[in-house]
Design a protein around this ligand. Sequence first.
Ligand code: XMP
Length: 510
Amino acid sequence: MQNNVLILDFGSQYTQLIARRVRELNIYCEIHPYNKLPNNVSDFKAVVLSGSPFSVRGEDAPHPDLSAIRGKKPLLAVCYGAQYLAHFSGGEVAPSNTREYGRANLSFIASGEQFFENIEVGSQVWMSHSDTIQSLPTNAVLLASTHAVKNAAYKIEGEDTYAIQFHPEVYHSTDGKQLLDNFLIKIAGVQPDWTPNSFVDTTVAELKEKIGDDKVVLGLSGGVDSTVAAVLLHKAIGKNLHCIFVNNGLLRKDEFSSVLEQYEGMGLNVKGVDASARFLKALAGESDPEGKRKIIGRVFVEVFDDEANQIKDAKWLAQGTIYPDVIESVSVNGGPSATIKSHHNVGGLPDYMKLKIVEPLRMLFKDEVRRVGASMGIDPELLGRHPFPGPGLAIRILGDITAEKVSILQEVDAIFINGLKENNLYNKVWQAGAILLPVQSVGVMGDERTYEKCVALRAVESTDGMTADWVNLPYEFLQKTSNDIINKVKGVNRVVYDISSKPPATIEWE
Ligand code: XMP
């Protein structure tokens, strides 16, 4: 690809952020582990070296051979990358007296440098390193300093090689995006032509070419990823895309019928399969969270398999896998080896079906999936839906699952979620839901003593689910929601609000 940027990962926690910032400039990029250079290095227009938790002086530190890159392509070395270039090219890297972590300000910028165009002295940058560059490598020119770090940025004379000690990818580096723009667009000449529309056009063309007249099976979950994947495939192959939407009986109230209707309205060739009874029967008596997940996964594969078998001559299985699920991450603890995270949103099919896999979103981040969906005209409400776990309400009913408990939780959850929507709070929350607790407590209603169930409400802010903070919902809202739940849902007499953050708690209770 003409305007592709290569990001070499040395195991930094920020590597994905570099990719996201580059994509925000409408430039396509790929992350590859430093020890697995792609075969087509020459196709990339520019290269970025990431930071790393390693010290370049360490024996097990990443020491890749950059001979195919250095001096041949525009190269931006960030943090560890900058130290790596210095250490192996005649400079000196040593432990710094203090660990430099956090905000700093540029106190010097060399004048007339395109690399720092539109960036001024005083600009805030984010530092996170324990080694420091004591002396610059051969042929280097100092470009910027902070008060604590003299060699904060340098370039190599005669090459398009630039190095920075700070992290432009972190939002706290206020001109980080400008710097990436200066390097990638102005210096490296990469065209910012990667937009949701261009992605849709190229992907649809590629899918047509790849799939031809074959039939494709896809499991829709009601979530953003599978929906956008389906619409892309539908654009490419129309009715040859066969979607299956399974009701496991653990979805939100009325979700199966309303989402199915929405899918049909979008022109998708979709079959709704109500397997609620089959799931509930298989789950009967199971209280262990992982046990529930295993049962749901197994029954899903059985149901999906039955349905997919009815689609004669299907050759492909489509999945809504996204980029964070497939990026090969550099293992920090296990030395410089690469591990692959794998994750299947809709379970897999048994091997004997021998379907080939197609994953049209595998190079997109979540926010890009939403933008692509919006560019194809998918309903913003569908694109803005909160994440919902595959096992659904099963992991929000603590203890064993019965049809009655599912129905109680669906009512409670609907009151909470609709209330969030009505009060303009839904889009301010990353994920919300209700949990049915396995306790009963005493209450009074009128003159009568009650002994009924307790529910917990949970609403969190997060960007990726890895960490989360509980949301400070207005007291008036909580008060009204609690009243509505207790008055309207038979069997519930107490509502509590979960004020734990992740870590140490998790988002789900099971
Ligand atoms: P935790 O509870 O680990 O959840 O903080 C993080 C995110 O993952 C979702 N989650 C799941 N999603 N299958 C899924 O598809 C699961 O078994 C599962 N468990 C948790 C959770 O809803 C949150 O978004």
